[in-house]
Each structure stands twice: as C-alpha cells, then as structure tokens.
Design a protein around this ligand. Structure first.
Ligand SMILES: *Cc1c(COP(=O)(O)O)cnc(C)c1O
Length: 802
C-alpha cells in the first residue's frame, strides 16, 4: 500500500476517505473545519510512525532523556511547521489545490496555542523544535490550559481582555493518554512514625486530590524521524476523593486548576491557585518520568544518568522537593542519596534580575497547600545553613537563605537544589554572578553559566518568510537549513547590487503583506515605502514603549509647529499585551492608541507619520510583523531585559536593531559590528552609578531639557486628551517618582539615534548591505546553537541514531 504523502494523488485519495470516514458524508458535502480536522488526523498518523520509531530508538539505545519543565509553551500554530518538518508540505498544497482548496485557508483555521505570556514560553517552543531537529530525546512538560493567555481587543483606545478559546475546534495535535495519569495531593496534614526498621515513615492525609491526565503532542523534527513529546496535563476528578456533600465545590476546584494561563494573581485566592498549578504539573510530570524509568531500569540509582530536568524559570522548582519526596517516601532512599540524585538531575534557567519578579511564596501558603513538601523544603534550608556555616560564610547566609522573613525564595531553592544555573544572555549571566546571586556564585562558582537564547530559524525564517528563503537558496544554497551558521556565506554577496536589490524587493513584499493585514483588520492605510519601525513585545515599563511613543509625540508636535521640519515617511508599529492588573501598562496602551488616532487623521502630517497599534500580539502576528520591519526597537532600560528573543527574529529577517546595550542586543552588535546596528543610551554601569550616587533627578532633568519638557507637559495639558488626569499615572511615574526606568534620561540620545537611522535609510544600497550583514550573522541566534550548548555543558544527551 502506498503511503499517504507519497504523491498528491495518494494524499487526495486518503484525505477524501478519512474525511468521509470521520464525518459520515461525501467529501464534497463536508465543510472546511471537517477537512481541516481530517488533514490533522492524517498528519498525526504520519507523526505516529516516527513517534514509535523514536521511542524504540530511545529504548534500544538506552538514551538519556531531557524533560523541559515549563509553566508556559507559546507554540503558536503547528500545521505549516509540521508539514514542512515532515517534508510533505508541497504534496499537501498541490493535492488541496486539485481539490479546489487553498492550503492557506486550512492553515488559518488553526488557533494559536497561546499557552504562555511571551518570551519565556516562546523560548520553550523554539527549544522543542531544535531538540527534535537535532535528534535529541527532549520532551516538554506543561499544563493543558483550556484558555490561553487572553485575547486582546482595543475598545475606545483601551485594552479589553476576552477569553482565548484556542480549543474551539479541538486540538488536532493532541493524543489523549488516559492510562498516563497521576494522583496529585494538596492540603491536609502529615503524620509520621518510626517503623520497625527505625525508618521514619510519613503519611500525608490530603484534603484535596485530583487526577492528572496526559495529553501528548508530537514534536516533529526537521527532516528526521525524531519525534519527541510535549505532554500537557489536564486535571480530572479523582472518584475516590470527593469530600462528602461537596461535589459541586470539588468539581469547581478541579476545573479551576487548568482553566487558564496565569490566573489573576492580584488576590490571595488567585495566588494560591497558581501555586497549585505549579505543583500539579510538577507532581504529574515527575510521576510519569519515574514510572517510565522503572519500566526500563531495575532501580532509580541510575536516574541522573538517564534523566535531565531543566527548569524554565522557578515556576517548576517544586521538582526539587517533589523528587526528594518520591525518592525518600516512596522508594526508601535516605536523604543524602536522594539529594545526590536530585541535584545531579536538575538544572535551572533564570529569566529575570528584577527583584519584584523573583518568585517567593509565604511560608503559610506553602505549608497549607503542600505540607509534606514544606517539611522537605525546611530540611533543605536547614542543611544548607549548616553547609554555609561550615564554609565559614555564616555572615552571608541571610542573602542565600531559602526561607527568610516568612517567605520561601524559589530562586534560592532552585540554585541550592541543582547542578547548573544559567542566565539567558552573556550580559544577564554576568549580572547574575556579579550582582543578583553573587553570594551563591562565591559558593558555587562552577554552577553558573550562560546560554544565550535562540530562536528556531525554521519557523522564524524558512517558514514565515518564504520570499527571503528563496533569495537565500538562490544565493548561498540550502545547507544553512540544517546548519544555520552557513548563513555567513551571505557575507560574500553583501556588496552585490543584484542581491541588494533582491533583498529590498523581498522586504517590500513582506511589507505589503503586513500592510494588507493592517488594512483588513484596522482599516488603516500605511505607505509601504515608509520606514516600518516596529516594537512588538509584552507591555512593561522596563521595555519602554513609553520612550518610543514619546518620541512619536515629539515628532508630531514639532512638525505641527515648524512647517520646515519634515521627516522621512515612517510608520511606527506597536503590538503588545498588558497584564490585566497592570494599570501603568494599560495607560501606555491607551496613550499609543490616542496618539495614533490623532496622528493618522491629521492631513498635514499623515504623509510623514503613521502610528499603528496591532491588537492581540501573538506568535501568528509576530510571524507577519517581524519580517516586515525595517527597524527593530529594542530599547529596554540597560540591565533589565534578560535576553530578548524578538530582537533575534527581526535581525534574521533583515531589520536594523535600534537598541540599548541590554540583553542579547549586546551580542547582536558583537556579531554585526557597531556600524550595522544603532546603539544608544545609558549603559548598565551608568545606571548603577546614577542609582548608587543618587545622581539622577528626573524633575531637574525635565526642567533643563525643553524638548523633554514639552512632551511631558503634553501628557497633562490637554494636548492629547481633554481630561488632564487621563495620563496622570504616567506623568507621576516620570516626574514624581523619579522615572525609575530612565525614560527621560535616554530621550535625547534616542531622538538622535532615530535621526541617524533615518539618514542611514535614505541610502538604500547601503541599507541593503547592512541588512544582508545582519542576516548573514544571525545564524548564531538559532536555537539549534543554544540547544547544542545546553547539551554540551549541562545535559550530555547522545543523539538518537536510526
Ligand atoms: C518572540 C516573542 C516574544 C518575545 O519578545 P521580546 O521582544 O523578546 O520580549 C513575545 N511574544 C511573542 C508572541 C513572540 O513571538
């Protein structure tokens, strides 16, 4: 029998058959959703073959496996990526065409899997793609949230949050695995006794028990059989554990566990729910790993040789006490042996240096929800204190304590309980060692390392930018697809006027596509010959969208005042979601939209200046936005952005980085050279100095700089909004609260940098050369490189062989 994807004919045959089998009607009578689901089942069937081959290879080769524990996986859509990685995209496209269908139409039916907030979740998704593509057995572990983050709409210039119903048409990639399930226990109390062998035996009497049930998605590698697993846990009732007379409350509590990503954490109840979620997927994940290990090996003694666990930030840090619990309470290990296994297995990735973002939990909450784990955490901390004292460092203990001032400090637990701590860009990793965790670094200098983030060049270049891919294929061949550093070959062509022109044509084509999206969704006309200047990322004070929009306000006001002042036509494009309870961020969204409305409707300036806010930033938006950009805005306050990955997506598609020396921007400039990026603003050292010396006074600064003053005043003098209090919070943050993120301090440097960008853009041939250099040097930022480094330094997996 021929295989489904051997030819378009066999594919058409099989699709018709499957559709009518699934829906009991002739193919011609089925609708596009039914056809989409049938196509999904065919792809899943094909992936299933490789899934089996991979599992057998792991078993036969006794391969070590990685489990990537992450509270978030921002997968986006998978149809295109899966078809392309399987190498059957064209067969499907042609077959559908024969059936009178457009493959794009089916691709568009898929909802984004938006199981995350932003960069951290997208990193996990890129890592999954690279692991499989490099033939490593690396699996994801997360929660099957019924709703993604939220869907953002803009109503009266303000963000409105709507539910993100990503499972509306079902999830065609998941396979329900009811036999993979685990009981997860919360609350209640613990008692213990000495048994006849003198071993301390503990008994947990929980007051809430749920059953975690697995849904597996295949992660399909690029042109290889390797197909890994992303396991998403759903919560189900545990029939034996319904408290009597409380069925409805019990059902609600079970359901709440997996309702959505980041439940509102502004209330005590919401907070507890989040800690429950964290334990839920940790407990289920560990249970499944242990079960699988014991099917293959006689004991857990070799656990750390066969299993690596990477913690994506501290959200899954309960892996450490949970694995201790299982080893001691269920498999009779003593503390020291269990501790060896745990610390040799677990590694931790830090994603932030901002004190307020370092996770901590009140002791009372942990004790109440996870009484047995809390006992273990206390014991870890007790022994840690002995260890620190023994090293003669008792003076620094308060800085490294796990339990301190009534809170459990999750990052400290992660560092003590793991063998590797990494930051996500060189600068960030340095700040961890020199500043945030310097006392830990004294004790464990060998544990700290850097793994600069990356992005999968398959999704972010090959699949989302077929125009640029075709240009690259024609110019440098195709080996960059499996070895992204080969993009460097493009360096031989950066002065070639034909290649330069072709690049400019590609960019124009991508700008047309984005412009059409903007027209269709927002009914705004944008000029594709203007500079597309883009800032798309979560809205946060430290990312300084405010600096960007204040510069727009400055340009507009100046053009209104001075008829002789005109800029090269520019379209400022923003896209950003704000956390629902983050008022300052929402006010900035409002400001951007109000400025956009005014500017876009002003006949005098609209040929020069447009402002667009694209609602509902998501992976699918990013896929059409990044590659249409001329300028990539990466303007965070130096020292605050751990790495950024958006910056890499733009670079890889030929955009100029306009940025501060922060996160991976530093390494981008290192790759392309200072002359092929535009760096401005205060450095980390400058900012530390200003802070330590108390040398920054934003009000004084405002008084001394008339251009800054004019823009700030326009926030509350009725220029943009009739109500003078409309942007009061922004004004207060800048002037009354001393501008924590140095927006005003960097304003003049930013304005000047923008003028230089404009001058550079006017020389199109030179611009094209710079962009080609950016593309040529972007191979370093492929997540294939990142994964290879994690493996070489931390996981030590062997590639699967077939
Ligand atoms: C890449 C990406 C991010 C991360 O962007 P940064 O600029 O690095 O903050 C966030 N959200 C989505 C949807 C992305 O694709």
């Amino acid at each position: 029998m021929p295989n489904t994807f051997d030819s378009k004919e066999t594919f058409v045959e099989k699709l018709k058959e499957t559709t009518s089998d699934m829906y009991g009607r002739d193919f011609e009578e089925t609708n596009t959703i039914q056809r989409y689901r049938a196509l999904g089942s065919l792809i899943l069937e094909e992936a299933g073959v490789n899934w089996r081959i991979t599992k057998n290879a792991v078993k036969k080769q006794q391969a070590k496996q990685l489990y990537y524990f992450s509270m978030e996986f921002l997968m986006g859509r998978l149809m295109t990526s899966n078809l392309m990685n399987l190498g059957v995209y064209d067969v499907v496209k042609d077959g559908l065409e024969d059936l009178g269908m457009d493959i794009n139409e089916l691709e568009e039916l898929e909802s984004d899997a938006g199981l995350g907030n932003g960069g951290l979740g997208r990193l996990a998704a890129c890592f999954m793609d690279s692991l499989a593509s490099l033939n490593y057995a690396g699996n994801g572990n997360c929660i099957r949230y019924r709703y993604g983050l939220f869907k953002q709409e803009i109503v009266n210039n303000e963000q409105v949050e709507l539910p993100d119903c990503w499972l509306k048409y079902g999830n065609i990639w998941e396979v329900w695995k009811p036999h993979h399930n685990a009981r997860v226990k919360f609350g209640g109390y613990v008692d213990g006794y000495m048994n006849e062998n003198g071993k301390f035996v503990v008994h947990h009497h929980p007051d809430f028990v749920v059953r975690a049930v697995a849904y597996d998605e295949p992660i399909i590698g690029y042109h290889t059989p390797t197909t890994n697993t992303l396991r998403l846990w759903d919560a189900e009732v545990d029939e034996e554990s319904v408290p009597s007379g409380q069925l409805n409350k019990y059902l609600q509590d079970v359901s709440a566990l997996t309702t959505n990503v980041y439940p509102d954490d502004s209330t005590q109840e919401g907070k507890e729910l989040r800690l429950k979620q964290e334990y839920f997927f940790v407990c289920a994940g560990i249970d499944a790993i242990i079960t699988e290990h014991l099917r293959r090996y006689p004991s857990l003694d070799n656990f750390a040789d066969k299993v690596a666990i990477q913690l994506n930030d501290t959200h899954p840090v309960l892996v450490i006490p949970e694995l201790m619990r299982v080893l001691m309470d269920e498999y009779d290990y003593n503390w020291d042996d269990a501790w060896q296994i745990v610390t040799n297995t677990v590694a931790y990735t830090n994603h932030t240096v901002m004190a307020e973002a370092l996770e901590k939990w009140p002791v009372e909450t942990v004790k109440k929800l996870l009484p047995r784990l809390y006992m273990i955490i206390e014991e870890i901390d007790r022994r840690w204190k002995f260890d620190v004292d023994h090293r003669g460092l008792c003076a620094i203990y308060p800085n490294v304590a796990i339990i301190r001032e009534g809170n459990v400090h999750m990052a400290n637990l992660a560092i003590v309980g793991s063998h590797s701590v990494n930051g996500v860009a060189a600068l960030h990793s340095k700040i961890l060692v020199d500043d945030v965790f310097k006392d830990f670094a004294r004790i464990y200098p060998d544990h700290f390392n850097n793994k600069t983030n990356g992005i999968t060049h398959r999704r972010w270049l090959m699949y989302s930018n077929p125009q640029l891919t075709a240009l690259l294929d024609d110019t440098i061949g195709t080996d960059y697809k499996t070895d992204p550093r080969q993009l460097e070959k493009l360096m031989d062509y950066v002065d070639d006027p034909v290649v330069q022109q072709r690049f400019l044509d590609v960019k124009k084509e991508r700008k047309k596509i984005l412009a059409k999206y903007i027209k269709d969704t927002l009914d705004i006309d944008v000029n594709i010959d203007s500079i597309f200047d883009c800032q798309a990322k979560r809205l946060h004070a430290y990312k300084r969208q405010l600096l960007n929009i204040m510069h727009v306000m400055y340009l507009y006001m100046r053009m209104k005042e001075d008829r002789n002042f005109r800029i090269y036509p520019r379209t400022f494009i923003f896209s950003a979601k704000a956390a629902p309870s983050y008022y300052e961020a929402k006010e900035i969204i409002k400001l951007i939209n109000i400025v956009a409305q005014r500017v876009n409707n002003d006949l005098e300036t609209k040929d020069f200046l447009r402002v667009v806010f694209i609602p509902n930033y998501s992976v699918s938006i990013a896929e059409i936005l990044m590659n249409a950009a001329d300028v990539s805005e990466q303007i965070s306050t130096a020292g605050k952005e751990a790495s950024g990955t958006g910056n890499m997506k733009y670079m890889m598609n030929g955009a100029l980085t306009l940025g501060t020396l922060d996160g991976a921007n530093v390494e981008i400039v290192g790759q392309v050279g200072e002359e092929n990026a535009k760096i401005f603003g205060l450095h980390v050292e400058d900012i530390n100095h200003l802070k330590h010396e108390n040398a920054y006074n934003s009000r004084e600064f405002y008084n001394q700089h008339p251009e800054v003053r004019k823009v700030v005043d326009s926030l509350h003098n009725g220029y943009w909004a009739q109500n003078p209090d409309e942007f009061r919070m922004i004004y207060n943050d800048l002037i009354m609260n001393n501008d924590e993120y140095f927006v005003l301090a960097d304003f003049n440097a930013y304005m000047k940098a923008q003028q230089e960008v404009e001058a550079m853009y006017r020389d199109q041939s030179h611009w094209a050369k710079m962009m080609l250099i950016n593309i040529a040097k972007s191979g370093y930022f492929s997540s294939d490189r990142t994964i290879q480094e994690y493996n070489d330094d931390i996981w030590h997996l062997t590639k699967l062989k077939y």
